[in-house]
Design a protein around this ligand. Structure first.
Ligand code: DC
Length: 226
């Protein structure tokens, strides 16, 4: 087996380092890096812009039928197009982060996303990152990693990532992470949890280099086993 056909699933809560890990693995093994969270974010932005209530499943479902979301992987990550418009930077803002967490609990929205994500990844040669990749999108992925870290560590990392330009206090970031975690883990449809055959990596006390090394070893072993 060559890396060209691999499907690597990376799941875990916000701020655990999934995006960095996915980008590093994509680079190392020549894989396409697909950030599924960006798709939920793009849909959340559509709902915000069209003033569709984030908790109204029926209204969101109607919006879904007229919304086109595209992920364009490139060297620096994913460009995200919402109805043809590049929203890559906009979807990282706090209002979209909060809205994405809310729209992603609705089963019809999840089914739509999962179907799109399967199409994007089915040819293989991908690292796909999200919350339900190993459990729902690709239950037969070749390698499944569940990347975790304590909420305090994730809050601190997010705070550093945002930098001084964003006047968000660390305590507020931690609160936001905990709220979104709770929503992710308790939703009815495909809640965030490690797949039974996922390798859980707790990065609380690991550097990103150590996390990458462990993940690379898993992939190399999988390739050698074929
Ligand atoms: O990974 P992220 O922060 O960009 O994800 C944004 C939101 O989308 C997050 O609140 C959880 C949700 N999400 C999801 O439910 N399933 C996925 N596969 C990816 C993201």
């Amino acid at each position: 087996m060559t890396a060209k056909h691999l499907i690597i699933a990376i799941d875990g809560p916000a701020g655990a380092g999934k995006s960095t890990l996915a980008a590093r693995l994509a680079n190392r093994f020549g894989l396409l890096n697909l950030e599924t969270g960006a798709m939920y974010r793009a849909f959340a932005l559509a709902a915000l812009e069209k003033r569709v209530p984030l908790d109204e499943s029926v209204d969101l479902e109607r919006l879904m039928t007229s919304t086109v979301i595209r992920l364009q992987p490139d060297a620096g990550g994913n460009r995200v197009l919402l109805d043809g418009r590049d929203v890559t930077e906009r979807i990282r803002q706090q209002d979209v982060t909060e809205a994405a967490s809310r729209v992603s609990v609705h089963p019809p929205i999840r089914r739509w996303m999962v179907a799109m994500q399967r199409k994007l990844g089915e040819a293989g040669g991908v690292v796909m990152e999200g919350r339900d990749i190993g459990t729902e999108v690709f239950p037969s992925a070749d390698v499944k990693i569940f990347l975790d870290a304590s909420p305090a560590t994730r809050g601190e990392r997010r705070h550093q990532q945002l930098g001084p330009s964003q006047e968000t206090e660390q305590a507020a970031i931690l609160r936001g992470i905990e709220e979104r975690d709770a929503r992710d883990r308790t939703r009815v449809q495909s809640p965030l949890r490690p797949a039974s055959d996922a390798v859980v990596i707790d990065s609380t006390n690991l550097s990103m280099e150590e996390v990458v090394a462990r993940a690379e070893a898993l992939i190399t072993a999988r390739l050698a086993a074929r």
